[in-house]
Design a protein around this ligand. Sequence first.
Ligand code: PEP
Ligand code: MG
Length: 911
Amino acid sequence: MSENKDPHVAQVAQGVKFVYDFTEGNKDLKDLLGGKGANLAEMTNLGLPVPPGFTITTEACKVYLDSGEEPAALRDEVSAHLDALEQKMGKRLGQADDPLLVSVRSGAKFSMPGMMDTVLNIGLSDKSVQGLAKQAGDDRFAWDSYRRLIQMFGKTVLGVDGDLFEDALEAAKAAKKVTVDTDLEAGDLKKLVTKFKKIVKAEAGREFPQDPREQMDLAIKAVFDSWNGDRAKLYRRQERIPHDLGTAVNVCSMVFGNLGPDSGTGVAFTRDPASGHQGVYGDYLQNAQGEDVVAGIRNTVPLAELERIDKKSYDQLMRIMETLETHYKDLCDIEFTIERGQLWMLQTRVGKRTAGAAFRIATQLVDQGLITEAEALQRVTGAQLAQLMFPRFDEDAKVEQLGRGIAASPGAAVGKAVFDSYTAIKWSRSGEKVILIRRETNPDDLDGMIAAEGILTSRGGKTSHAAVVARGMGKTCVCGAEDLEVDTKRRRLTVNGTVVEEGDVVSIDGSTGKVYLGEVPVVPSPVVEYFEGRMHAGADDADELVQAVHRIMAFADGKRRLRVRANADNAEDALRARRFGAQGIGLCRTEHMFLGERREMVEKLILADTDAEREDALKELLPLQKADFVELFEAMDGLPVTVRLLDPPLHEFLPDITELSVRVALAESRKDHNENDLRLLQAVHRLHEQNPMLGLRGVRLGLVIPGLFTMQVRAIAEAAAERRGAKGDPRAEIMIPLVGTVQELEIVREEADQVIAEVEAATGTDLKLAIGTMIELPRAAVTAGQIAEAAEFFSFGTNDLTQTVWGFSRDDVEASFFTAYLEKGIFGVSPFETIDRDGVGALVRGAVEAGRATRPGIKLGVCGEHGGDPESVHFFHEVGLDYVSCSPFRIPVARLEAGRAASQAQGSDHR
Ligand code: PEP
Ligand code: MG
């Protein structure tokens, strides 16, 4: 064990407990017991029927993963808990005449469906299989259980290729001329066991272990190892789950849903995870073991049918679901098994849900008095709100419906049909949109699911792998579309005589379950219509989702301290931002006003040889700039508008160097000199920079091009004066970009103050224009205390700050080596997307303190992309900024997250 892992050694030495009986834990111990273990303990303590068992902690897993060895104390602790379990059950693990069998299941803090290993039926051996047969009075059942154990154990613990077992099973069915497993009889299964054991011997180089304790110990180790399996690692990256949490292992006495028609297994939700409506939602499969339902192998019946099949168990289940919902105060999903009429709870957890359901359920629970408004805010996320703002299919479009499945994860997805993950990845890499079509998905399809726009399966219910994983990813999914005959070998699907080949376009609607041939046009989401003011939450027929969003937004606005502004450069965006709830403009990038037809005027400015030429060019630009600002101030009347003076390197306004060189060369060869092109080419060469982002841009432009910034300041001041004259209430703020030292700001400021004074004198108005700066260079952040002497406000430019703190070119690195960095776990998410708290964040924090120390009332905001990123908004709340500014479409997300951050900080219950 390496030096830095010493804390674990110390823990062991101190006798830290590595194993908890289900009666010892509770739901709040998820870090230690994993979600499954913590909730099994909670249900046990609630007096619900949970098969007895115990949980090995994530701490034990961490020791194992760090050192390659299980903690020394673990074996004895497991022995003690196993003893207690055997006493409780009145039989020993693998006892020859009446074996106790256990399942060994993974269970991390965060649910990772199907990503890690599980082994069932541990304790069966050549001897105890006979005892099980006698006890169950069912030879077939016993031999089937044994072959499942060898298969699962062989694959997950001993690393044998699972197809070898599947092929042997297929061969056994073919020999018997049957198609389903259940048609194999005890004798067939017994032969299969022999065959499976031979496969194990040949492939793993060892016999299948007959010692039940050895089976259990090896399975525990395999579960630990599965934490670092490729699938699990990929899933964690995707879901941003930290890699160092480890998994707990649950050892649970087996109950059997495959003991005949009075047995079965199922999954259920306490309310509909797609709509949030209360009711009976779930799937039940008679005479089956748990994994059969989740894998979607056989088709299930709706849970409501259980009432007819086994009324006593059904009634009991309904009561338990109510208990769970009231206890957890949230939607729960559960897995249960009925063994010969006796109901057992195998799992519960706060259930995953669609974005729309999250909003509806949160408000429903408030109305039921189960949670407070602050708690409701913790039940939804900005990411979910963003998802609800995606467009949907146009209901009035002419469509050709192919079939219908289960609406498993909402959204409207259009793409080319592909029938395997490999093609999904390949095509999507070359820019194609694809729909991944499978009979059912399994964890190996994860990469393909990530690459696809949507997922369509012909088998499995709302709880199948495809559905659960797609919902988690926020991907559109339709599953169990049974009319569709999916032929993955021939890469096509057939439905009522229509054939869809690989590459044909299909559209799937994850909100209705409908599947269409061809491309169906999409329309805006009702949530966007609501924010746009075209749909009213108070209307009689208001959409239920819109009402829920409206209420949650009101909770958030009531709680938040951060104000939310928009990054917008024109009146249209500004007006939209205002409708979406913006409280001002935090960044108007004026360079956008110099594009199009006006580019030539900037060209003239750059080419000017004399003061007179330059002044002419600026004179031409002034009225156009002023008109832009008048429009903007009018759109944002009464709200602050931060106008940033010109920022990008000038070459961005000049023609491309290669194109221009070719043009000049061609002209020369024709002896047809174009004086302007020649001058342009010289200017392009003069202004060419190896690192333009670190070159002549921002405040540096203002300092070396006389009159440029003062023209912009004059345009702002005159526009403000004009709006005043029109009885408006303009609140302009002038922002200087890329300042590195207070001296730069002082010089620009002095000139600006003079221009403002001139305009004020000429128009007889007191314009009250604030002048501030962006903090987007490390030096600016470090010397923020000095800069605040000359700045009335700071706006953190976290795009450039991230670029310069990391030395990452913001235009290049994400597309080049970030994938490698993400894979290596150097960071879990791009620092251009979510603020790097420890590096960039530390500079922001320091600058906030220094700025306030110099100028206590200084206004502080952020206008980099991070201003609209949920996690970053929480950080900006914590460091005490006054506002975040983001693109208009992110404004609702920022409002919501600002509310969530404030209510979390007040210490409301957030799980
Ligand atoms: C920034 O750098 O964060 C910023 C907002 O400015 P720009 O993205 O325009 O460089
Ligand atoms: Mg910048």
